[in-house]
Design a protein around this ligand. Sequence first.
Ligand SMILES: [Zn+2]
Length: 332
Amino acid sequence: MQIGVSYFGNRILKHIKSDMKDLKQKGFTFVLHTYSEFDLMFRKGTMNDIIKATQDIGLKVECNPWGVGNVFGGEPFSQFVNLNYSDSCQVLDDGNIVPIACPNSPKFNDFMNRWVDSVLESGADRIFWDEPHFHEQGFLASVPNRWGCRCKYCKSKFEEEFNKPMPLDETDDVKLFKKNSMIHFLEKLSNRVVGGDVRVTLYLNPNLPAEKISREWNKYCEIESVDTIATGPYWQWEKKSVESVADYSKALFELALKHKKKSQIWIQGFKITDGKEGEITEAINYAINVGIENIAVWGYEGAAQESWVACDNPKLAWEVIVKSICNSHPRN
Ligand SMILES: [Zn+2]
């Protein structure tokens, strides 16, 4: 069993070392260190030290492009979209630009190559593509009732692939084009990562019914350089029942198995409602019972350090997490 947790909000090495030791003692096997644009620009050396210190303690390290370009999930602000607003950001169907980089923008592809190279230099064990998306409802910077992207790169690529101008409506052809563009973008980046010992996980947002996963995510699994498919059925965040974790875990497990990939389930350890901490144990058990052998929690100590996502009672939530996954399951 692999057991991980995301860690963010602190870049002070002595505190990190002490937290990593604590995680190792509790039985965690890996840590996801978020790696934002701010980290890339101002803390490259610091991140190298943090990653090495974590590995020295005996934990594997994963890094995600946290909020990078607003194409990946996460709260950090994007400097890329500020500096490249008019020529590399997504254009909506009403012609307005949104502060979300376009995966078809050559400049954003170059920027992501730099991000990948920086993480590879740090010696991290795994890169984690976190919720990659075009303009999509429910994400930061999205605009209600609009779709994107109709930027010059997307329009020209669409016309090349479909032999007709890109329509104003988000037709099935447009949806297919966007999915193919995202897969191509991730495939190029993933191919840059693999070759050495570094592996790649693709986390897809479960904003669709569980029964549609096998059909909708099939194509993403064709990226050979991705070896693990992940999702996070955050039931309280999505206002679903805790039982839904079983449905998503089963769908993901079967999809990964079909493609000879590994599966990873993220458990909600943020914004847990007071009095409902026990549901965390249920969620973990649902995932393990369908065969998932890689469980991760977002995030460290009930996300207490970020009030927007903190659990109502982070201390209790964290105790439940540790007791549920670390004390009761054999690790490898
Ligand atoms: Zn575009």
